[in-house]
Design a protein around this ligand. Structure first.
Ligand code: AGP
Length: 603
């Protein structure tokens, strides 16, 4: 997500910080800024857009001083703009921040009542106000301020009152201290440090550090002392960008538990058996007669899962159409139809065109988008952000999982507005809380998946089958395999097999079947009999503890047990891993597969 870099030493600090921010550019961002203290004076430069824009500004208006903090921002609260760019300054204090402050609205109201003036739409500015309002050393002021804050954060703070000290603190978002004899460094990610030092201290949850040239003191945010030995980073600069993973796709698959936590943050309410979706007029939206979901590729698969959830929980008639088709149809649409567009990038040309066409017919537009203030977000009447963080690998992984989570949140919210039983809503809310852990467990199937990858690496074609919630998962598994391994793969509704694809099945043809527990399990097993009779190589994705499936399948990959409605989330994980490992064995360009682009902005 966003990048943080801090430097205190005896060199031009802003140059070092700008250089560090450049090394985090690969992560994606939409604005940037740097603050320094020079001769007791705090100074800030911020710019919407790329670092080149900030560099231009710094050339025209240089920042002097030997202490600086900087930031590249990926918008979460408030659009990308100069005002929302970090650092945020209040009085003698300036702050950069990654993550999301859950209780920022309450804090903002409280601070505003005390006379605080806010200049941005960010949650970060609240932290700057809280620190500025405290008394004591900078360390004590940060400690006191953070005792009020709930959420995920990594922050770096400097002040004109203590011009040789940087404070770093973290809870859930990464933050690393770099050690050099003549300087101190802070970064949200290792690549920003490697040109200065390989000696680092990785802060753990709830810890903070006081960083001065050649000196670091680590403690808990609550004041308890911490004794942490530095470690030496052996990674190359390139592997550091990928967090030590071989590819961004691998890193992003393993980021999924964290991404889900960010999607759910502050949105679940077990107490009220519902969800809170920042400012969406759910009661009004839930009155529509019909929902038309529209998207492309992986986002279309997420929409297919969303339709099943919305129909079952909210009892609203739903259709799903590919945006490239919808834009050229003459669908019966008007104010009674809510158009629900799903897009990671928010820039997909077909999806954008489909919602523009729907708008002309008078339909309200709600979008589920990852990139804040993207074209689709701006064109929509309402937006629900997934907060998955930047996705760099072309093959969508964490974006899909977080889209499904966001659609599940919507289905619960619409359901509650349309009579969904409190007990069922509660069950689902509790179920959602367990998803990060379930995904973590599903990722543990990687070893078993690698064995299967060896077996199918030379296949000419692979068939994916599923029913109900397993059908979109089959489509998604097939898309992942074909786009990065270049093996032909087809996803099919298992019940359709006898209407055509069964002709493809002969000895050894890999057939991957989504056979997790749920109301259609027995039907799926019957479909498997048909494959077995023709000696296809059956690879089953099944629920842990399933004894029956082993008699039928040649290979079984187990995923944790869950509510059938949440099963697509866990069942997709081994399919992502399988596509990845098959592609890796075949030596393809996994992060940038041939002929594909991350964001398809042309028709
Ligand atoms: C999936 O792995 C692809 N990258 C692709 O299908 C993608 O989901 C599609 O192009 C839609 O993109 P969007 O979510 O950014 O609109």
């Amino acid at each position: 997500m966003c990048g943080i870099v801090g430097f205190v030493g005896n060199a031009e600090a802003s140059d070092n910080v700008l250089d560090g921010l450049r090394r985090l550019e690969y992560r994606g961002y939409d604005s940037a800024g740097i603050a320094t203290v020079c001769d007791g004076k705090l100074d800030v430069r911020r710019r919407k857009g790329k670092l080149a824009e900030l560099a231009k500004l710094l050339k025209a208006e240089p920042l002097k001083g030997d202490i600086a903090i900087g930031h590249t921002r990926w918008a979460t609260h408030g659009k990308p703009s100069d005002e929302n760019a970090h650092p945020h300054r209040v009085g003698d204090v300036v702050v950069v921040h990654n993550g999301i402050i859950e209780n920022y609205l309450d804090l903002k109201a409280e601070l505003a009542a005390q006379g605080a003036k806010f200049e941005s739409e960010t949650d970060t500015e609240v932290i700057a106000h809280l620190i500025a309002g405290q008394k004591g050393t900078l360390e004590e002021r940060v400690r006191k301020a953070l005792s009020r804050v709930r959420g995920a954060y990594a922050i770096a703070v400097i002040s004109s009152s203590e011009p040789d000290t940087m404070i770093a603190a973290k809870n859930a978002s990464p933050l690393i201290i770099g050690l050099r004899d003549d300087a101190g460094l802070i970064a949200s990610d290792i690549p920003a440090l490697l040109s200065h030092t390989r000696k680092v201290i990785v802060l753990e949850e709830g810890e903070m550090a006081v960083v001065q040239p050649g000196k670091v003191k680590v403690s808990k945010i609550n004041g308890e002392p911490v004794n942490r030995e530095p470690r030496i980073i052996e990674w190359s600069a390139v592997s550091a960008e990928k967090g030590g993973h071989k590819h961004f796709m691998h890193k992003e698959m393993h980021e999924q538990p964290r991404a889900v936590i960010d999607t759910l943050r502050g949105r679940l309410s077990s107490h009220e058996a519902t969800v809170q979706l920042e400012g969406l007029p759910i009661d009004k939206l839930a009155k529509v007669q019909r929902i038309m979901l529209t998207a492309c590729g992986t986002s279309w698969h997420a929409s297919l899962v969303g339709r099943l959830m919305l129909e079952e929980l909210a009892r609203i008639g739903c259709e799903v159409d590919l945006a490239s088709e919808l834009r050229y149809r003459s669908p019966m649409m008007g104010p009674e139809t809510l158009v629900l567009a799903v897009s990671q990038s928010g820039e997909t040309a077909d999806t954008l065109a489909a919602i523009k066409a729907a708008k002309e017919k008078g339909s309200p537009i709600l979008s589920v988008v990852n990139v804040v203030d993207s074209s689709i977000a701006r064109e929509s009447d309402h937006v629900l952000y997934t907060h998955a963080g930047p996705e760099i690998g072309v093959a969508s992984t964490k974006a899909f999982i977080t889209q499904v989570i966001a659609l599940q949140l919507l289905a619960i919210a619409f359901g509650r507005a349309r009579g969904l039983a409190e007990s069922r809503a509660k069950q689902l809310v509790e179920g959602l809380r367990t998803v990060p852990l379930l995904i973590e467990q599903a990722l543990k199937s990687e070893k078993a998946v690698m064995d299967v990858a060896q077996k199918i690496r030379n296949a000419r074609s692979v068939l994916y089958l599923g029913r109900g919630f397993g059908y979109p998962v089959a489509l998604e598994g097939a898309l992942k395999l074909k786009e990065i391994s270049y093996i032909h793969a087809e996803g099919y509704a298992a019940g359709e097999m006898k209407h055509g694809p069964i002709a493809l099945i002969e000895k050894g043809v890999p057939v991957i079947v989504i056979a997790t527990q749920g109301p259609l399990y027995d039907k799926v097993i019957s479909n498997l009999q048909e494959v077995k009779a023709r000696e296809g190589h059956i690879i089953a994705i099944a629920t842990e503890g399933d004894r029956q499936i082993g008699r039928m399948a040649d290979d079984v990959i187990s995923v944790p047990d869950t509510d059938p409605m949440l099963a697509p989330l866990v069942a997709t994980i081994p399919l992502q891993l399988l596509a990845y490992h098959v592609a890796d064995l075949r030596g393809t360009d996994i992060d940038q597969p041939r002929n594909l682009a991350k964001s398809v902005t042309v028709e």
